[in-house]
Design a protein around this ligand. Sequence first.
Ligand code: ITT
Length: 204
Amino acid sequence: MISKLVMATNNENKLREVREILKPLGIEVISQREAGADCEPEENGTTFAENAEIKARAVWETVNVPVIADDSGLCVDALDGRPGVFSARYAPKGEECEKLLEEMSGVPDSERTAFFECCIVLIDGGGVRFFSGSCYGKIGYQKKGANGFGYDPVFVPCEEGSSGMCFGDRTLAEMSSEEKNRISHRGRALKNFYKYLSGERSAE
Ligand code: ITT
């Protein structure tokens, strides 16, 4: 079982969440900066998996420890799946929620469904493997909560496959990180990753 890996990311919030999830499972996560592998490759893929692999490969070339990367984003049904793979570039950092609320103004409750998607890629001597996770929910009408990052203040998570059954009216930014990690796209993708490492399932 892997006990140490490098995460290819420049996003401190992702790094924090991945550490919180993997530490209790006995996996230490080192940042690419700590591993001396600072880089920011162009994410010119068209899918989450392609972009995750681009990021992990760039770091894997310079370290000899297993590398993971996370490519993730928010897909909004009323916007035909946007911002999707462009979630990080949708608006200037810190202004993504305002821009999304503006684009969603006038969209009725029943059409505010959306989901977060996360692809975790693992690259080591054994090759490249992918693990994904989703978190379904709705876009709220205003920003709420101070936890999390990115689109969390406008995302109200719901039970998978349902548009009505939400975990109350709270946004991800109103949840503790333990609560978020239990139901988030990242938490679910990492659960699949851990099951693979434990021999309980195969990669995707
Ligand atoms: P790295 O590529 O360096 O990992 P990044 O922030 O650029 O960092 P992505 O290209 O995967 O990462 O973009 C993901 C964006 O999607 C991220 O910047 C947020 O805006 C949004 N996002 C992803 N996961 C999220 C989460 O759990 N909560 C809120 N927003 C999230």
